[in-house]
Design a protein around this ligand. Sequence first.
Ligand code: DAH
Length: 338
Amino acid sequence: MALAEFLEQLNQLAAEATALFDAADDAEQLEAARVEILGAKSGRFKATQKLMGAVDGSDRPAAGKRLNEVKSEIEASFKTAQDRMTSGGSAGGAPVQFDPTLPGLKPQIGRLHPITQTIEELMDIMGRLGFTAADGPEIEDERHNFEALNIPREHPARDPLDNFYLSTAQKQHEVLLLRSQTSTVQIRVMESTPPPIRIISLGRVYRPDTADATHYPMFHQMEGLLIDRHVTMADLKSVLRLFARSYLGADVHIRFRPSFFPFTEPSVEADFSWNQGWVEFGGAGMVDPNVLRAVGYDPEEVTGFAFGLGVERLCMRRHGITDIREIYKNDVRFLQQF
Ligand code: DAH
């Protein structure tokens, strides 16, 4: 056989093989094409290779060289077709290259604000002590923020410099303000419910303080109120101690210092132990008879205690936050830590 004729056959085989591989639609067709061309026993390449024996001896090295080249070409176009199938992911294709050990893409899930988390936890703890959550408006009138709480007109707590009075309301001869304490909710609940009462109220309060590490013009309080027959200071101390232990740990102690609030008599400042020291917890006391009278209760029949705690302070103490402003900057790098 002449060399030229052999080479012609090789070229034709190469072209047909490529066309065949390219035409394959799925892995099955591609495999059939591979067996037809490259099959070890009866493949067309094998058959062409056998023809080499018929080529003139002196031309064989050239024939052999070209034979090897064509084999590489055919294998390369088979590989191309195979790649097309895996990346295209066509039905029944070769298994997709998938590395199960690669780290996955974490879905971005939001989280609750640390203050919201604290509020939910406080509600949970107080709920177990039998207190239900009550609510009141953030825009209040003077009766609920002051008068019914035994804070008379001349009282310094009503100073316009210490409260956010709303000027639009004043024009309509109605004095409204952003509530400065959640004690307002005590009044609202007692006005609408006969005793006994056992509620907490968690919400925002507003005071025109300049923001610094421990002050912010808006913060949250947890108010507590329990009214029933024969309620004493001992009940108040038990409830606050149970609460402190649940929230801060079993080794926490609380202490009372004498204090003054217009709406309680006697009044105390409650502290809890922390790192060998004492930290202010909030105010508390026995509900003043004037307050009970203001909502139509009979102070000879029922007594009760009340307390008011700063939510931010508890949250900061628990998480080691040293600047209240961080809580309200809404910097996700900060918020993500909780
Ligand atoms: N309302 C007080 C404040 O804002 C906190 C407080 C003190 C609430 C004593 C009470 C209480 O219910 O009994 O500082």
